[in-house]
Design a protein around this ligand. Structure first.
Ligand SMILES: C[S@@+](CC[C@H](N)C(=O)[O-])C[C@H]1O[C@@H](n2cnc3c(N)ncnc32)[C@H](O)[C@@H]1O
Length: 221
């Protein structure tokens, strides 16, 4: 092998090692790590999520795993609440041809969501809105509500319980909330268990792409 060819193949190998480090594939989705140049560029431009929406959280993988077993009907209208970087909604758009809207109180998460939607070849609508401002009328636009790692402060328990009530009035067919079993989530699950005959809390774990353990609250509200 000539010196030039050897140098070129070393460069190619280095470039593919770097690519492997700054992105990964999980559940068929391309996920960019925090050191990926495009993620770093968004941060340099001043997009700094401030309510824990600065990365992907593991419960979205637990919900994706569940949806692999029990897929959504094709074309479902999905609302991902507290969507952050929106991986769960992107999964639904890609796998179930779902029409997905991601809502979050923090507008700084959306550039990261839009970047991942583009990389994965889907379109997601976005809306800056707090859980408490999602009205019955707005919720009528959706069949399914999904939320991963969104019940992490005590004050979020009544807020999400009231959202569940409004979802019921709006005719939403199913709500799935995933969490690593923090106490605000357990309180929410208990309140739903007392209120809805359909409420189920199931323990779930996965070993890949990350080790994750948690619970899913599944309600037909
Ligand atoms: C821990 S992150 C989880 C993000 C994403 N679901 C995930 O699994 O990667 C919580 C998200 O909920 C959003 N959030 C927190 N309180 C909210 C509220 N009251 N209304 C709407 N979004 C809220 C935050 O901005 C953040 O993006």
């Amino acid at each position: 092998m000539s010196t030039t060819t050897a140098t070129a193949s070393r460069r190619t190998a280095k470039a593919s090692r770097k690519k492997a480090r700054d992105s990964r594939t999980a559940f068929g989705l391309e996920i960019l790590n925090s050191n990926h140049p495009e993620v770093r560029k968004l941060k340099r431009e001043g997009n700094w999520p401030y309510i824990h929406g600065h990365k992907f959280w593991n419960s979205s993988f637990l919900i994706m795993n569940e949806l692999r077993r029990e897929p959504l009907p094709r074309g479902s209208r999905v609302l991902e609440i507290g969507c952050g970087w929106g991986l769960l909604g992107i999964y639904c758009a890609k796998n179930f041809d779902a029409r997905v809207t991601g809502v979050d109180a923090d507008r700084n998460v959306f550039p990261f969501l839009e970047l991942h939607a583009r990389r994965n070849g889907v379109e997601i609508e976005t809306e800056v809105k707090r859980f408490e401002r999602l009205t019955v009328e707005r919720l009528r636009d959706f069949d399914v509500i999904l939320g991963a790692d969104i019940c992490f402060w005590d004050e979020l328990t009544p807020i999400l319980f009231n959202l569940m009530r409004r979802a019921g009035k709006a005719g939403v067919k199913q709500v799935i909330i995933g969490d690593p079993s923090r106490s605000p989530f357990t309180d929410l699950a208990n309140r739903c268990d007392e209120t809805y005959r359909s409420a189920r809390v199931v323990a779930r774990s996965i070993a890949r792409p990350v080790r994750a353990i948690g619970e899913l609250l599944i309600v037909q509200p």
